[in-house]
Design a protein around this ligand. Structure first.
Ligand code: F6R
Length: 250
């Protein structure tokens, strides 16, 4: 591998990557809180950030990192799933992080999987992000389609929070968790690429050899709506946190 670009950090394993990012986030929360305001974090679900959330819980328990003045906005939610559904991202986030730290319930934002009116709900989500002062740090994973959030191929760089049809590859990847493809929702609500790119800083986590080829496309390929993660090349402060297998094709 030639020298990776400066916005790519390669770690021996996913735990090391997550320790580094968790410590960065703890520092960011403290700095922003010391300025007298809430830190605004954009959060992701999926398998990738689980070790990060475990490390944040450890920092909360053992090193006094507080989430009392943290506001969160999650990237997405499956359409058709109520909060209580075991595979909803609402359930995921509470189980993996929120139930274990001192975040205030009113500071948690996750798109609804069963809104009365989708367009009104999406516009309200955008407004809530603006009202919070914008996102200080947006955490991302990457799907095998190159999606960030659920911005599947074809998502424009200026897209906003909206309903999107999930790519067949994305649904297939979710099938084991849902006990089969038929149970996987066909649509989701996702922050748009434009919403994500407005975050002041962005960190994308990718682990494992299955992500290597799409990680290469995102970092070294053309900037294209066919790979929404490639838009990060245009962001002034976006970093990729990779383990060695995910970086293998760079
Ligand atoms: C989840 C999200 C998705 C995932 C991506 C990777 O909120 O927005 O973009 O980050 O599908 O999922 P995992 O981590 O399960 O490979």
């Amino acid at each position: 591998m030639a020298q990776p670009p400066s916005n790519v950090r390669i770690f021996p394993d996913r735990e090391a990557a997550c320790r580094s990012l968790a410590s960065e986030l703890a520092g960011l929360i403290r700095t922003i809180n010391s300025e007298g305001r809430n830190a605004v974090l954009g959060l992701a679900t999926g398998n990738t950030p689980i070790p990060l959330y475990q490390e944040l819980i450890r920092l909360h328990r053992e090193e006094d990192v507080s989430f009392e003045r943290v506001t969160t906005f999650n990237l997405d939610e499956y359409l058709g799933l109520g909060r209580d559904h075991p595979e909803s991202y609402w359930t995921f986030m509470h189980r993996q992080l929120f139930d274990h730290v001192d975040i205030r319930a009113e500071n948690i934002h996750i798109p609804s999987g069963d809104p009365d009116d989708i367009a009104t709900h999406c516009a309200g989500y955008e407004q809530a992000i603006r009202d919070a002062g914008g996102i200080d740090f947006q955490l991302l994973g990457i799907g095998r389609t190159g999606h960030i959030g659920f911005n599947e191929p074809g998502s424009p760089s200026d897209s906003r929070t909206r309903c999107i049809e999930l790519d067949p590859v994305t649904r297939q990847d979710a099938a084991p968790a849902f006990g089969g493809l038929d149970a996987v929702p066909t649509h989701a609500i996702t922050m748009g690429c434009g919403t994500i790119l407005e975050a002041r800083r962005i960190g994308l986590l990718a682990f494992g050899e299955k992500k290597a080829s799409i990680v290469r496309e995102a970092i070294e390929g053309p900037v294209t709506p066919q790979v929404s993660a490639s838009f990060l090349q245009k962001h002034p402060d976006a970093t990729f946190y990779l383990d060695r297998p995910a970086a293998a094709d760079l």
